[in-house]
Design a protein around this ligand. Structure first.
Ligand code: SF4
Ligand code: SF4
Ligand code: F3S
Length: 266
């Protein structure tokens, strides 16, 4: 009860807020335990009670008091087109805000495919010239947690690791935590025996779909997507896209959105 909680600033830029939505549904650990016991979430425009000048003052206070100690979480990409004017918060551009809040951070957690690779905002023709966080901030350790959104328990696990061990989790060459992104969706898929046996769904309304065969031929990108969906699943381990009858869209892959002509081809 006397251990100080880790100060966290959570920025929202070009995003849809579903990364936050996913995070608050973490079931193990339950998100209330993280927010109330492990971290001090001092600034987040989605979850904090304060707003306007009061919210900005809370962030400024944390940046000053915990310089070099706080963790910066970023949800969303940053538009660098038109001098950054596509995303302006409290009268300042996302680029400006990011540079300021990153300057005093101990490390940065980039939530979701928006912040790690650009995601839908960076899809061709990328009208705002949206870029991920690592294209702007190059002098801080960054944990990339891709997915659109990432699994809530993965987000919780990353934060709890930083709190518990006081350091970043082990990362792969793309800055992703190895604990969650070292295997392909294909490697843990329960439909894999059908793939190996050459038994495929040919269209979503055929008999093979009813039998639960492999979704490769209707566009499943599990063979090229690194994520832990087949192991941890979603909503407290209940299900995941493939279990619901739809192929993996590759939402955590670096080329998400522009990889294929459509979600149903490769
Ligand atoms: Fe939304 Fe996906 Fe971006 Fe997360 S990564 S903010 S879920 S668009
Ligand atoms: Fe692989 Fe997708 Fe088939 Fe599962 S459904 S075995 S992930 S191709
Ligand atoms: Fe995303 Fe594929 Fe998992 S679409 S949620 S990485 S099954």
């Amino acid at each position: 009860a006397t251990t100080p909680r880790l100060p966290v600033i959570w920025e929202h830029f070009q995003e849809c807020t579903c990364c936050s939505e996913s995070f608050i549904r973490s079931d193990h650990p339950i998100v209330a335990d993280i927010i109330l016991d492990k971290i001090s979430l001092d600034y987040t425009l989605t979850l904090m009670a304060a707003s306007g000048h009061q919210a900005e003052a809370a962030k400024k206070s944390t940046m000053e008091k915990y310089k070099g100690e706080y963790i910066l979480c970023v949800e969303g990409s940053v538009p660098i087109g038109d001098d950054g004017n596509y995303c302006v918060i409290a009268g300042r551009t996302a680029i400006d805000i990011l540079k300021e809040s990153a300057a005093g951070a101990k490390a940065i957690i980039a939530w979701g495919s928006c912040a790690t690779t650009g995601c839908v905002q960076a899809a061709k023709p990328n009208p705002t010239n949206a870029v991920p966080i690592n294209k702007i901030i190059t002098d801080k350790p960054i944990i990339n947690v891709p997915g659109c959104p990432p699994i809530g328990e993965v987000m919780a696990g990353v934060i709890v690791h930083v709190v518990a061990f006081g350091k970043l989790p082990e990362l792969d060459s793309q800055g992703r935590p190895k604990a969650f992104y070292s295997k392909r969706v294909h490697d843990s898929c329960y439909r894999r025996p059908y793939f190996d046996a050459g038994l495929f769904v040919e269209s979503f309304d055929d008999e093979n779909a009813k039998k639960g065969y492999c979704l490769y031929k209707v566009g499943c990108k599990g063979p090229s997507t690194y994520n832990t969906c087949g192991n941890m699943r979603w909503n407290g381990g209940i299900s995941y896209p493939i279990q619901s009858g739809h192929g993996c869209l590759g939402c955590s892959a670096p080329d998400f959105w522009d990889a294929a002509d459509s979600f149903y081809s490769r």
